[in-house]
Design a protein around this ligand. Sequence first.
Ligand SMILES: NC(=O)c1ccc[n+]([C@@H]2O[C@H](COP(=O)([O-])OP(=O)(O)OC[C@H]3O[C@@H](n4cnc5c(N)ncnc54)[C@H](O)[C@@H]3O)[C@@H](O)[C@H]2O)c1
Length: 703
Amino acid sequence: MTDSIRFLMCSPNHYDVDYVINPWMEGNIHKSSRDRAVEQWQKLHHILKEYSLVDLVEPQPGWPDMVFTANAGLVLGKNVVLSRFLHKERQGEEPHFKKWFEDGGYTVYELPKDLPFEGAGDALLDREGRWLWAGYGFRSELDSHPYLAKWLDIEVVSLRLIDERFYHLDTCFCPLTGGYLLYYPAAFDSYSNRLIEMRVAPEKRIALEEADAVNFACNAVNIDRTVVMNKASDALKQRLAGVGFDVIETPLTEFLKAGGAAKCLTLRVTEPVRTELHANVLVESRVIRMEGHLLDSGLISRALDLIVENGGSFQVLNFQLGEQRQSTSNAQVKVSAPSHDVMEEIMTQLIDLGAVALPQELCDTNLEPVIQDGVAPDDFYVTTIYPTEVRIQCEWVKVQNQRMDGAIAVTHTPNGPVARCKVLRDLKVGEQVVVGVEGIRTVRKTESREQRNAPSEFTFMGSGVSSERRVELVVEQIAWEMRQIRDQGGKVVVTAGPVVIHTGGSQHLARLIKEGYVQALLGGNAIAVHDIEQALMGTSLGVDMQRGVPVRGGHRHHLKVINLIRRCGSIAAAVEQGVLTQGVMYECVRNHVPFSLAGSIRDDGPLPDTQMDLIKAQAEYAKLLEGTDLILMLSSMLHSIGVGNMTPAGVKMVCVDINPSVVTKLSDRGSVESIGVVTDVGLFLSLLVQQLEKLTSPYQQAV
Ligand SMILES: NC(=O)c1ccc[n+]([C@@H]2O[C@H](COP(=O)([O-])OP(=O)(O)OC[C@H]3O[C@@H](n4cnc5c(N)ncnc54)[C@H](O)[C@@H]3O)[C@@H](O)[C@H]2O)c1
């Protein structure tokens, strides 16, 4: 027996499964045998007494789970943080445990009333005493961890539980002597697994299979080189023996019915303090403010879900519900995250949803200077497609040139501060760049319930991927929209890949250009090469477009064409010289529709018009996209994604591709203005031209 080690236990005189507060209890109400429970508990008690001293707390009628003393509190030295149970079914245990600790001369710390923390069930000391592993996700709140660090003067490593069967940390995690760790990785999110792997060397990690985990092998009591548990597989016993641990199995099946085993039934009350180590907690908290139709647009639940999905936790500090149907609500939410990095990730996504990090009275967003051309400061804020504003000199300043994946550069001019989205390579030494997440907001349109539900001409533009059945209807609506834009002098940009030509779409796209429906064309070398090949030789990639069969020697056609255009000097020159007389590129030249062909590694030739300097090509694309009302993205993943990234929210986007995943990727930008059409692009273009023929302009009608 080791005198210096003491445990607290509580006999199961009043133990039963009386209610359901975890998945193990389901179906087990009043199904446990009191006699068998007493017998199993006594065996455990007996084993532990051989290795340590065991104190007992008086069981109380009406509090059947008091037998699980691990949840009394967390002890370190003579300090104890008393549990604050999440469920009212266990809250009545608190005063009894408090009295026991006080009688024992412990200093008892109590958490705020609404901050759940379930003691040593969710907080386990590294057996070398180097830090405290603390769990959250089901029973204990992340916000309790800074209190543990402060009161117990110890470093706290927060781990998020994600499998409700393993609702307390001690059900799936057991630090062992010598820095070993017995655990079930699938019970934790990936970030927590990374934290575990960073702290515990691979040879010290003993990861359990599910079969051992559900037998509560992690819910073990470790005293020196002995591990006491309900049950272990032979493989686990061997693994533990291999690193010098003896396993003692003692059946605790009656307690498993309530979701507990050896560790839950004990609380180690002699935990030595390492005085050379001190408090450290990585948990960060911030308060955000959200405003809008938070409930009926689902915005608040999306925000809260994303906090939890990303490993954080939240507390709604206040929520003011708009009283009228059209009035907006606002909420203040405290967001906590286990580390600075996780907090930044969560905050960036919350800002996309329109949240503002408080304090609102903040006068200036955080800025750091660029100290190397083309390189942003580490913590720079990465922009999105949404209109963004930043706080400078106590004013919200709109960010210009909004695009995603850029940084925000702030310069001061005689007319006041200017904030601009810039791609990294354009940053210049001396510019100030927005860092962190404070003083940044994205401006979302607040739509009332009526506006959202009202049928508008653009209802089909609700983000979504259409099935084949919907294609005709969708094309009809796109045609209507394109006609509107043309008649009102608006701008449609087409981005197209060579599949447009292979699928017979060339004549239709040429016609759209000729009839004034397209104001700019963006693509690569291939669309132009294959279009010109078809115009000059009747083939596309060597396939006869009339008969659909390959032509002998046809694979050389496109190179001949490239050579010919190179001889002419440019596509426009080929048109001027009468060499090129039809097709998509011909119509662009004839109708003064600007085009930009961005080069790629796949390009043959290239054509003299293809811009092989990609930085210049991106700039040409960006220029042609300015002021666009609608972008028609036709079967080019490469160019469509490129265009998508440089387009701010608010521009309507139609993405046509045969591959649903490409369409989903492009239309799923969280923007209501985008739609995906999964279909053959040749068919789409022919339907579009047919629909446009049927339409008569509302203006022409009026005349
Ligand atoms: N000879 C050449 O110079 C040459 C030839 C081919 C490609 N390229 C270049 O390579 C780059 C990438 O080419 P890309 O944009 O064609 O390729 P990509 O892979 O980026 O996109 C092609 C897209 O077309 C879709 N698609 C295929 N069949 C379809 C159909 N029937 N209907 C609708 N969608 C369909 C695919 O799902 C895919 O998303 C471009 O810059 C291009 O110019 C050059």
